[in-house]
Design a protein around this ligand. Structure first.
Ligand code: HEM
Length: 450
């Protein structure tokens, strides 16, 4: 279709019509300019059958708008700064583990280690608990967290059916999430809320912000992130314990694997491109020298070459390779006679844009300089969409980038990474996984810098 220079095409999944976008400009219309026609996704949501199905990712229309306005202030740069120390604490165990690998000349599976690292982070910053996944890979939190995402063929089948025929779930009252996973996360959140409220515990994390929302304490939206122009400011509606649990579960679900993958793919490319690794290390060491060797929020924000490396990693390996919208109001494509009818599903193929030589010449090459201001100038803004775009873009982008930056700074400051005979080059992706995942892991060497 692209070779035929089409801006869109269509296909059916059983009886469900899908509209497939091939042009960044058209993506911009649907995701942003004409968003009011495409406000929803196509995920199953029914709070009664499955309490964890009703969260930001799946909520629709005005319910989503209210929730987004309510939660947006918890993701501002001010709140990220506030949580920074909580997040940084999770790097202690990561360094202990690396030290051990380096001393024993032991290769490690970056995919697995970074999953455990981001589970610790989201457990600590999202749920307010120390899950010690780096120290104990079999901890309860890790077990249920992984189960929520990797439940094999039956879960995959349910996920697919929930997209194309969500009504079946309503009719047969089938929950999308396993009852034991729901029970575990629900109990964890309820117990944390109870303990904090009874003991007046204040911790610098999302859970504290959620408790404030529950008690109708107004949280400043310090930099207007994600605030929607709407009369429903969302401030008058408080959150219930169940809604807090559903959002915390979503932060976990949406945050841990995506961020772990970004770290994994970035370390894979750095280990394969020593010059880039050295250049990034030099930046880290120079910036940290100004901050007395300490990794601080301001220090990582100053690391501009690091930002380019992360942007290029997310270009080459977008953890979520495509996004969807549902047409909620009949729409006429501008300057054509084409009508998109209500209920048609829209697909935006992020990974296809990211690998299109029209926007990224020699797309398989890892080149952070694609994200210098000169090279970005002139490229369509919607040709880079790892976090989606428009009012429904990823709310956790800042948090995700902050944890990736902290992981990179903490490790590259002290250790050098390289590939070895067990590293699969190029690696293959696991077709059974929701997010972009290396099928056989990414095995790396680590060496302490003298
Ligand atoms: C590198 C890591 C991450 C990537 C690549 C990523 C990517 C995405 C993408 C592509 C979407 C859909 C956007 C759209 O449809 O336009 C999304 C939505 C979302 N993400 Fe992320 N995400 C990441 C990390 C996180 C984290 C850490 C959190 C929370 C702590 C989070 C929370 C969410 C939520 C709540 C939504 C739904 C927003 C809404 O519909 O209003 N994400 N993410």
């Amino acid at each position: 279709m692209k070779r035929r220079r089409l801006a869109y095409c269509g296909f059916y999944t059983f009886a469900q019509p899908n509209f497939f976008i091939l042009d960044p400009e058209l993506s911009k219309r649907i995701l942003s300019k004409d968003f009011q026609h495409f406000t929803d996704r196509c995920f199953f949501v029914n709070e009664e059958i499955d309490p964890f199905s009703a969260h930001l990712l799946s909520l629709k229309g005005s319910q989503w708008k209210l929730r987004r306005n309510k939660i947006s202030p918890t993701f501002t740069s001010g709140k990220m700064k506030m949580m920074f120390e909580t997040l940084l604490n999770c790097t202690k165990d990561l360094r202990v583990l690396m030290e051990d690998f380096a001393e024993n000349y032991q290769i490690f599976n970056a995919n697995e280690i970074f999953e455990r690292f981001t589970i610790d982070i989201i457990g600590s910053c999202g749920f307010g608990i120390e899950c010690n996944s780096l120290r104990d890979p079999n901890s309860e939190f890790t077990k249920y967290g992984k189960k929520a995402l990797k439940e094999g063929a039956w879960h995959q089948f349910k996920m697919n059916v929930s997209i194309f025929a969500p009504n079946l779930f309503d009719s047969f009252r089938i929950p999308l999430n396993s009852p034991d996973v729901t029970r575990f996360f629900m109990n964890t959140v309820k117990e944390t809320l109870r303990y904090r409220e009874e003991n007046n515990v204040v911790r610098k994390d999302f859970m504290h912000l959620m408790i404030q929302l529950k008690n109708n304490v107004k949280i400043e939206n310090d930099d207007n992130i994600g605030e929607l122009k709407s009369k429903d400011s969302g401030t008058a509606v408080s959150l219930t314990d169940q809604q807090i649990a559903a959002e915390a579960f979503l932060f976990f679900f949406a945050g841990f694997e995506t961020s772990a993958r970004t770290l994994t793919f970035c370390f894979y490319e750095l280990a394969s491109n020593m010059e880039i690794q050295e250049k990034l290390r030099t930046e880290i060491q120079n910036v940290l020298a100004k901050y007395g060797g300490r990794v601080t929020y301001d220090a990582v924000m100053e690391m501009t070459y690091m930002q380019k490396c992360i942007s290029e990693t997310l270009r080459k390996y977008p953890p979520i390779p495509g996004i969807t919208r549902k047409c909620t109001e009949r729409y006429k494509l501008p300057d054509t006679n084409v009508i998109i009818e209500k209920d048609v599903l829209i697909f935006v193929p992020i990974s296809a844009f990211h690998h299109d030589p029209e926007y990224y010449p020699n797309p398989e090459k890892f080149d952070p300089e694609r994200f210098s201001s000169e090279n970005q100038f002139g490229r369509h803004q919607y040709a880079w969409l790892p976090f989606g775009e428009g009012p429904r873009a990823c709310i956790g982008m800042r948090f995700a980038i902050m944890q990736v930056k902290v992981g990179l700074a903490a490790l590259l400051q002290k250790y050098k990474f390289s590939v070895n005979s067990k590293t699969q080059i190029p690696f293959v992706f696991d077709p059974m996984h929701v997010f972009l995942t290396p099928k056989h892991g990414i095995w790396l060497n680590v060496e302490k810098i003298k």
